[in-house]
Structures are given as structure tokens and as C-alpha cells.
Design a protein around this ligand. Structure first.
Ligand code: SAM
Length: 286
């Protein structure tokens, strides 16, 4: 079978399985199997696949048809221009989280402190911690996660980018896992924020394959955010900021929660579809 035939047949199969952007998905899988950039497939439409390549492609297309996320199948994704390994133990980093990263490194960049210190709370793949360390050479980053499997992936990603020495990874449950004297200029978090009852309504890729501990925010989705609002202040340096991603209908309750705990809301920022998704909070009134 040729490259073009494989693309066409596989795309038809994924269409029947209800996968979005089936042709693009197939091209990305095939590029992965043939170890070539996707656009190079277009110069190789008539090339025949070997039996081994065909076997590998069939397996991946079958799994994609069963709604395994593409990023888990190819084992990587890109975040803020950095290639990161992803596995089912970690949430696949999302584009809106790149906005949080940008906001966070802009804040760290204008600090005079050496080092500028930041805590990535719930690091998952390590995407935020690694992006901050890469962008801010004067920053010392701490990253925490309660999942041992995520902790391992995040450490591997940091090492892959030569940032293992700049990020201190802590395995543990929330702030209690940190040394009592730790203080940060910035706390950044993309916490689990999906209400438990909504988990069943998510796309199969997310619902059946991404780690529940990275998604489930409790009855109203705000359990983890409540914890950050209540406990975060104690871990901040004077003048520090807490930056947080939340769900696309949570701006009002999130702002109310932080205001109630005495935080100043400095900004609520929109994602690329103009929905409020990021809170920037500081101690005292903004
Ligand atoms: C939504 S994911 C975010 C992952 C990554 N920061 C990102 O933006 O892609 C939330 C992460 O928080 C971690 N987490 C959940 N509860 C936690 C807790 N009590 N203490 C520390 N980390 C926790 C999960 O294991 C998961 O990796």
C-alpha cells in the first residue's frame, strides 16, 4: 500500500469512529511511523510502506479509532516551543496553559531578585516549570505533584531540556510537602478544575485516557482552587503573585473565592477564544 492509500483509508476509518480532523490525525501518525516531517509525506505519496511500517500504522490507527489521544500515541507534544514527552500518567498540556506560562515568565522577568523563585503547583508533564526555567535563567523553580508517575515524566522532561538542575521536583500532596521555610515570588497552577459530575460528559480522549487526578476538581470543580486561595498566601514573598488557570465558566466563583480570602485580583485574562481563563492575584488589594 502506498502512503496516499494509507492516508485515505485510515482517514475514512477515523471518520467512521467520530475522530475530529481525521486526515490531519492520520498524517501525523504516519509521519511518526515513517520518522519524517508531515509535509514530506506529500512528496512521498507513491512510496510503498514496508510490512513493518504498515503493521505499526495499523496498530496506531486502531488505537486512535478507540479514541486514545494522538499525543499519547506519538509520545510527545509541543508546549511553548518545547518538545515534551507525554504519557497517560500526565495531562496533555493545552494551548490556554501557554498563556499562563507567558504571563508567568513576564512577571518573573521583571523581578530584580536573584534568584526569582516560582512554584509550579501540580506540575504534570512539567510543562509550566520547564517553560519558566527555559525563559527565565535567573529563576529557581520548584515543581510539585502528588502523582509519582507524573513526577517521573516531569523529571525526565526537565533533564531532556538540560534544566534538571534548575527545577527542584517535590513529590507530595499540596503545600504540606514543601519545607516550612519555602517562600516564592510566584505560584503558578493549572489545577484539576472539572466538576466531578461533568467528567462523564467529556470527549472520550479526555474522559477515558487522561488521568482523573489531573481533571477532577470535586463536586463544583473548585476544591483545589479553594485550597490555593486559602493556603497560597502563606507561601508567597511580599509582592508575590499567584497565577491560576480555571474552567471557562468559573471566572465569577474563582474571583469571589480569592476576594473572600483577602487577595487582590490584579487581572483576569482571556484565552484565544476570548473566554476568561486565567487569574492573577496578589496579596492585599490590587
Ligand atoms: C490539570 S493537571 C496540570 C498539569 C500541568 N501543570 C499542565 O498544565 O499541563 C493538574 C496536576 O495536579 C496534580 N495534583 C492533583 N492533586 C494534587 C495535590 N493534592 N498536590 C499536588 N499535585 C496535585 C495532578 O497529579 C496533575 O498532574
Amino acid at each position: 500500500m502506498t502512503v496516499l492509500e494509507v492516508i485515505q483509508r485510515s482517514a475514512e476509518f477515523l471518520t467512521r469512529k467520530g475522530v475530529e480532523s481525521p486526515r490531519l490525525q492520520v498524517e501525523l501518525l504516519l509521519a511518526h511511523v515513517l520518522e519524517m516531517p508531515r509535509l514530506k509525506l506529500y512528496l512521498n505519496f507513491e512510496r510503498s510502506l514496508t510490512e513493518a511500517e504498515l503493521g505499526a500504522m495499523r496498530e496506531l490507527v486502531k488505537r486512535r479509532g478507540a479514541r486514545e489521544p494522538l499525543q499519547y500515541l506519538v509520545g510527545s507534544t509541543s508546549f511553548c516551543g518545547l518538545e515534551l514527552r507525554v504519557a497517560p500518567a500526565v495531562l496533555i498540556p493545552r494551548p490556554e496553559t501557554e498563556l499562563l506560562a507567558e504571563r508567568a515568565w513576564s512577571f518573573l522577568a521583571q523581578l530584580d531578585s536573584r534568584p526569582a523563585t516560582a512554584l509550579d503547583f501540580g506540575t504534570g508533564s512539567g510543562c509550566l516549570a520547564i517553560a519558566l526555567a527555559a525563559r527565565c535563567p535567573h529563576a529557581a523553580i520548584t515543581a510539585i505533584d502528588v502523582s509519582a508517575a507524573a513526577f517521573a515524566v516531569a523529571g525526565e522532561n526537565a533533564a531532556r531540556h538540560g534544566l534538571g538542575e534548575r527545577i527542584r521536583f517535590v513529590l507530595g500532596d499540596g503545600f504540606a510537602a514543601l519545607p516550612a521555610e519555602a517562600r516564592f515570588h510566584l505560584i503558578v497552577a493549572n489545577p484539576p478544575y472539572i466538576p466531578s459530575t461533568e467528567l462523564a460528559t467529556l470527549q472520550p480522549e479526555v474522559r477515558d485516557h487522561e488521568p482523573r487526578g489531573a481533571l477532577d476538581g470535586g463536586a463544583d470543580g473548585l476544591d483545589f482552587i479553594r485550597r490555593l486561595a486559602a493556603e497560597g498566601a502563606r507561601w508567597l514573598q511580599p509582592g508575590g503573585r499567584l497565577m491560576l488557570e480555571f474552567g471557562d465558566d468559573q471566572a465569577e466563583p474563582v474571583v469571589a473565592l480569592f476576594a473572600k480570602q483577602g487577595w487582590g485580583v490584579e487581572a483576569v485574562e482571556n484565552d484565544l477564544t476570548s473566554r476568561p481563563r486565567i487569574l492573577v492575584a496578589r496579596l492585599g488589594s490590587a
